[in-house]
Design a protein around this ligand. Structure first.
Ligand code: MN
Length: 232
């Protein structure tokens, strides 16, 4: 390992890690996100909430922002939207994971925000181009403390809500997800081999809207935890 390190011609990137409730750090490998997983949000985005297979996109791990840190307003947008989401953290990887085995692969859960440059995403959609610059920009994934599934089990219901400057913006129940977490893990692991350290943002309920510099975002998921940031 040390020999290998001596061969790097630039400093290797740091390991991105998120704090765990009760102590410790969870090292992150990849960040997957699911699109349109609540019917009301699918409708507000102009889609048809049928039960089509879930689709996935990604953010780089170093887009994560933890410990309640401020989020710098990103460049190249006039429409930064919040998307409040439950995040599942993979502790044991695998390919072609069955729905029944999926929970055993989840180390824990957190509350997270899939921040989105909606104007760039909208333009990309229109032109059939990738979403990456609308979704995977710097600081685009604020996340709260991770809590072990050994402590809380595997949430399939419970209130998920986001307040901006104290006003309720998003509110739903995890039971309203179109695709459950085991279903998502089965579908995603049929596309790529999941690995320890992967995160899955599981989609947002209705109520997405723009935020501005100075806004305080406070998200909560019943039985899981909270996420907060201030746009600066
Ligand atoms: Mn999302």
């Amino acid at each position: 390992m040390d020999e290998e390190r001596e061969q790097y011609v630039i400093a290797p990137p740091r390991v991105v890690a998120i704090p765990v409730e009760g102590g410790g750090l969870f090292p992150v490998r990849r960040v997957f996100c699911v699109g349109r997983n609540y019917a009301e949000h699918t409708r507000e985005m102009g889609g048809d909430p049928g039960r089509e297979p879930p689709f996935f996109f990604m953010k780089p791990a170093d887009a994560l922002l933890s410990r309640g840190a401020d989020m710098p307003y990103p460049p190249a947008t006039r429409e930064l939207h919040h998307e409040m989401e439950l995040v599942a953290a993979i502790g044991t990887g695998g390919a072609d994971i069955s729905q029944s085995e999926a929970p055993t692969h989840v180390w824990g859960y957190a509350a997270g925000l899939d921040m989105t440059r909606r104007d760039l995403q909208g333009a990309a959609k229109k032109e059939g181009k990738p979403w990456d610059m609308g979704k995977g920009f710097d600081f685009s994934a604020p996340i709260g403390m991770l809590i072990a599934s050994a402590r809380i089990g595997h949430p399939s219901r419970g209130r998920i809500a986001l307040r901006v400057n104290g006003a309720l913006r998003q509110e739903a129940d995890l039971a309203q997800m179109i695709w459950s977490i085991p279903e998502m893990i089965a579908q995603l692991s049929a596309l790529v081999r999941l690995a320890a350290g992967d995160l899955i943002f599981t989609g947002t309920p209705a109520g997405v809207a723009a935020v501005a510099r100075g806004d305080r975002l406070d998200g909560e998921i019943e039985g899981v935890g909270s996420v907060r940031t201030k746009i600066v």
